[in-house]
Design a protein around this ligand. Structure first.
Ligand SMILES: NC(=O)c1ccc[n+]([C@@H]2O[C@H](COP(=O)([O-])OP(=O)(O)OC[C@H]3O[C@@H](n4cnc5c(N)ncnc54)[C@H](OP(=O)(O)O)[C@@H]3O)[C@@H](O)[C@H]2O)c1
Length: 331
């Protein structure tokens, strides 16, 4: 596994990270033993960056990570945590809170669940429209001053908010969706992040499994992907045609479509750290193999002809969720 830094002069991390969300929520039934084996296999493969959120399974994800890390030296991994999503006991989202008090309370509970006394990077999952971003990162900064947090991150925020946040406290990385099917950050957000010397942790590299023919159709217990516009009706039909075209390019190279999707994100710059979002060891191995692929100019052109920028059918979130995305408003 190659290494990179998260932003200019930032912390050293592995070339790709492991995203743990699907181990607790959204992408079908997970098996805790297989999830733990996947986290440990990722670490064995050289992955150091582990991405979780306190609302992923309402604490389950963090407690699962704590179990997986029991035999692992704390300083050998880079744990990043998202916070802010508020949920009721039934699991419904009931709001968003990134006020200073919520920042501090949320971190305190995360540290307990994770069984650690610091997190490496702490990031609000969304912009709280009722709280100036300066106050949110200011509160994280106070936690950093006290040694509970090492670096500050942001998630799904637009260029203007990113600049304001970074002016208040140095921000190390932005987490945002980026893939062959989601290239919206290229216009304004990525140039701003690069100008400021931040890194990117890219999620949705497979557009939630769409870019692997084996997982492109939602279904099965606990698989809630059917709620996303790209997986619905005519959109899905059109998107499957793009996936099949990518699969054809992959076959000619003797690799898989998912591997090309990871290799393509890697080809966009070492400042972009793709997150691998699987809960299974076999798919982890598939993704990791894709990180090392070298793509020739002809191969890059063939990939982009198979899945042209802007060709995807459907937004990346439904209309209500899009309203929560500062990145879509001001990006
Ligand atoms: N900041 C945010 O707003 C935000 C939003 C979403 C996610 N995230 C983070 O990003 C991480 C990545 O999640 P994602 O949805 O963005 O990931 P993704 O890679 O776009 O999709 C993951 C889905 O693809 C499937 N898959 C099929 N082949 C795969 C392969 N070879 N490697 C990996 N997955 C494969 C997985 O199924 P199996 O698990 O069955 O293999 C899973 O259902 C999450 O775990 C989370 O940490 C952040």
């Amino acid at each position: 596994m190659q290494a990179t830094t998260l932003g200019r002069g930032g912390p050293a991390v592995s070339r790709a990270g492991l995203g743990l969300m699907g181990m607790s929520w959204l992408y079908g039934q997970a098996d805790d033993d297989e999830s733990i084996a996947t986290i440990r296999a990722a670490i064995d493969a050289g992955i150091t960056l582990l991405d979780t959120g306190d609302f992923y399974g309402m604490g389950h994800n963090e407690m699962l990570l704590a179990r997986a890390l029991q035999p692992v030296p704390r300083d050998s991994v880079f744990i990043q945590v998202k916070f802010g999503g508020q949920r009721d006991p039934a699991g419904n989202f009931v709001g968003y809170d990134a006020s200073p008090a919520a920042v501090k309370t949320s971190l305190a509970y995360s540290l307990r669940r994770l069984g650690t006394d610091y997190v490496d990077l702490y990031q609000p999952a969304r912009l709280d429209p009722t709280v100036p971003i300066e106050e949110t990162v200011g509160a994280i900064g106070e936690l950093a001053d006290a040694g509970y947090v090492r670096y500050i991150g942001l998630s799904e925020m637009g260029a203007e908010t990113i600049r304001r946040a970074n002016a208040a406290r140095p921000v190390t990385a932005l987490q945002i969706e980026y893939s062959l099917m989601s290239r919206g950050i290229e216009a304004q957000i990525l140039p701003a992040v690069r100008e400021l010397g931040m890194g990117v942790t890219a999620y949705g590299v497979l557009s939630r499994g769409l870019l692997n023919p084996a997982t492109a159709r939602p279904g099965g217990p606990g698989d809630q992907r059917g709620r996303f516009p790209r997986f619905r009706g005519e959109n899905l039909t059109r998107n499957l045609a793009l996936v099949n075209a990518l699969d054809e390019v992959a076959r000619q190279k003797g690799v898989t479509a998912a591997q090309l999707a990871f290799a393509w994100v890697c080809s966009r710059g070492t400042d972009i750290v793709p997150l691998i979002g699987t809960k299974r060891r076999d798919r982890l191995a598939e993704a990791v193999a894709g990180l090392d692929l070298t793509l020739s100019p002809d191969e890059l052109a063939a990939i982009e002809a198979a899945v042209p920028a802007g060709a995807v059918a459907g937004e990346r979130y439904d209309q209500r969720q899009l309203q929560d995305l500062d990145s879509e408003r001001s990006g």
